[in-house]
Unconditional design. Sequence first.
Lengths: 173, 173, 173, 173, 173, 173
Amino acid sequence: MRGFIIGRFQPFHKGHLEVIKELSKDVDEIIIGIGSAQKSHTLEDPFTAGERILMITKTLSKYDIIYYPIPIRDIEFNSIWVAYVKSLTPKFDIVYTGNPLVRVLFEEEGYKVKTPKFYNRKEYSGTEIRRRMLNDEPWEHLVPDEVVKVIKEIKGVERLKKLAKSDKYENKT
Amino acid sequence: MRGFIIGRFQPFHKGHLEVIKELSKDVDEIIIGIGSAQKSHTLEDPFTAGERILMITKTLSKYDIIYYPIPIRDIEFNSIWVAYVKSLTPKFDIVYTGNPLVRVLFEEEGYKVKTPKFYNRKEYSGTEIRRRMLNDEPWEHLVPDEVVKVIKEIKGVERLKKLAKSDKYENKT
Amino acid sequence: MRGFIIGRFQPFHKGHLEVIKELSKDVDEIIIGIGSAQKSHTLEDPFTAGERILMITKTLSKYDIIYYPIPIRDIEFNSIWVAYVKSLTPKFDIVYTGNPLVRVLFEEEGYKVKTPKFYNRKEYSGTEIRRRMLNDEPWEHLVPDEVVKVIKEIKGVERLKKLAKSDKYENKT
Amino acid sequence: MRGFIIGRFQPFHKGHLEVIKELSKDVDEIIIGIGSAQKSHTLEDPFTAGERILMITKTLSKYDIIYYPIPIRDIEFNSIWVAYVKSLTPKFDIVYTGNPLVRVLFEEEGYKVKTPKFYNRKEYSGTEIRRRMLNDEPWEHLVPDEVVKVIKEIKGVERLKKLAKSDKYENKT
Amino acid sequence: MRGFIIGRFQPFHKGHLEVIKELSKDVDEIIIGIGSAQKSHTLEDPFTAGERILMITKTLSKYDIIYYPIPIRDIEFNSIWVAYVKSLTPKFDIVYTGNPLVRVLFEEEGYKVKTPKFYNRKEYSGTEIRRRMLNDEPWEHLVPDEVVKVIKEIKGVERLKKLAKSDKYENKT
Amino acid sequence: MRGFIIGRFQPFHKGHLEVIKELSKDVDEIIIGIGSAQKSHTLEDPFTAGERILMITKTLSKYDIIYYPIPIRDIEFNSIWVAYVKSLTPKFDIVYTGNPLVRVLFEEEGYKVKTPKFYNRKEYSGTEIRRRMLNDEPWEHLVPDEVVKVIKEIKGVERLKKLAKSDKYENKT
């Protein structure tokens, strides 16, 4: 049996890892959708899809889990989103999500949907981790070691801090 | 003479119907643009274009009005929007709108634009109807009977309530 | 029961009309997808979606058929095409098509698909009708009277002939 | 040496002109990216790309500056934005920007980036100028004379005021 | 009076230059649309929009002509193409084209359209020039000197030859 | 060191496998771009990106190779294609391709590009394998066993044969 889960993974943290480890007891293979794949270089979405795939792959290579990390672009057209996901992924039987929209969209297409158990959502949170990065507070313990390494390599914290230097004067253009 | 009117129709309500009945005294045929056609499954835009076409067609079949319901996708490019509308619709002579942007865009292309009279805008309002649906308050009297039937058939209120169960934790991805 | 049929209708001809009349014996309502809705002003696809809707509506208004003419844009992404069609149309139970791709796509989504009987395909053919228009041969008897009227009104034959004046020197740009 | 600068120029004002005159001492040629080129007819972005090109060209024709005004559409995909800009522009050696995102994106691609000196940012500001236009306060002294002429010709202030007549009732659709 | 002309300019050659010089006697300012702006790196369209702008600007800077070179992307939606062109360009009064499609599209929008006189079309032809580049035959005399310089600088002939080394085995992907 | 290779993999065959095995001696990790990811259900491109990922993953799981299979959509904009690929992939140092366009695009961005050695290109060829599938000739020995299994599971040959039943009468729409 194959399961599908989606996240933005900005960055991939221990909460994500726990959920995936938990799912791997239920299903044989896990498709990991990398959501908002086209986004990067913003305070909300600092990392590219490629960088996020690297975080996930480096971390999961240590576990005996069969997984497929697949970038999923936002398409702003909810009623075709499930078909879009299906076209990019191997067939799956169950969807794990805590998000009501994802739940509704898959349920209307006849999928079984479960809510995964989340761990320590206050700290294991992309928002919290990015906030800590910006404020020079410790964040490394909230993500797997391999993710720390990837973020260092791509100078992720430096990128985030530069992006925050907005002078509120003008947007990109 | 043919007239053009546009709305999101989330859902199609008695205010819309009154406007269309009123217009039908002015013009021989009415083009009904279904705006934001690509949107659905959100709290603001719960219904698909197809579902909205069904609401309109089922309701208007009872009236002696010649109309063309046509889905119009958002294109985020105002200066070509009128050309886009024109490509999808039979030729029309007059535009009815209360919206300043639509007015400006059509006027700059040389169209005659009129503001329709709106009825009971506080209650005959998509926002108000969706609010009532979410809060189990009566909404059925604000839309034509056929729309009640369509919404029941597609389990529209149920969909809206499920979408509202946001745990504020994460967006789709 | 509702059926779905799709065509480019360049232009809408008597072969199309016969098929639709035939289907109307099988189903209560017919969704008529106007394919390649974004195309117009070429030798293959001279008419806009709006013009084609006009041809269909003017013709069918004489018959006691409930139908929904809906423009469907090409999306060049076969595996999401069915979902795209579904989002723009009222729910349907059966698909009528003679096209293998459309058949495969709908069958893989679990739809029942039937091949309609076609009439006099040599003459009731968009290609043949456009060829006749270009060569000043009679074409009017191959389309419903209302379509003749629409094409005259929009100066369709004139448009086609102007488009054919290619000097083979350069494309649009 | 060629430099690149980008702005929305809604409208092109004396602050922009000062910056460009200043840059022209550093570089031989200036590429002027017209950002959000697809936007127009909103309170934030009232003018089309074509209108903004006209403002810039009419103004700069008086100066001995070699420049290339080039419309740049938003693409909502930060990590390919620099490549997109490069494809539309002659090769350049240096980027001038006060915007952190633009800085990061170009620096990550190996470009040298400088912050231009801005003049009187409180008044030489598109936001301030559009506010004044809406409130019938003097704005003409904040833009070059040629820009006043262009805006009069296209009835820009009139357009802005019409767009502001929102009844807060509904968006375009 | 302002005129509009469009071409792909792959590359900009003496035939183009002659046409533009001729037009400049008729109109005060010329908008030069760079067609298929998104295309580059193919045998048919080797140069980027930015490179083509450079060819045009370097050449025309020697003449006393007011012109606006503006990249125009293909949009594959003929009935909105004129609106798209208008949004990106200063207002114009007349269109010069030898292309039937461009003629029809602008005429249907009420524009006056003229066919420019072309010179020596057998040799002053992008196709011929690219053929010569590939076959090491002289091509330099068919384009303005400045264009020779630009093409050398960007190693254009080298690029074209590399692209021609197709082993007919597979397309890009 | 990480290498990048791209293919359409319609289907993934032993020639692809040999190339990847060969590359794995040169580099530590291989990014496998699944080209034309949006295509499926045609005679040229019968399989979805998800199905192709499954073929690759099932096959390579038997080998001690670190790889990243990543769907890459066609974007029809050559000069931004490399940036697009980079955004979706972990950083790579070398590109393997026999395709001249891919070579030129990456070389112009400063990448080192090598041509892989191909094996038995007459038979280890997607075109040949699809031809055999259509003509009931043996094809199974040309692809890895796992790919045979995947194609059986998704009824790939059946799909291909249905798609081939074109009556040459009309395209999708």
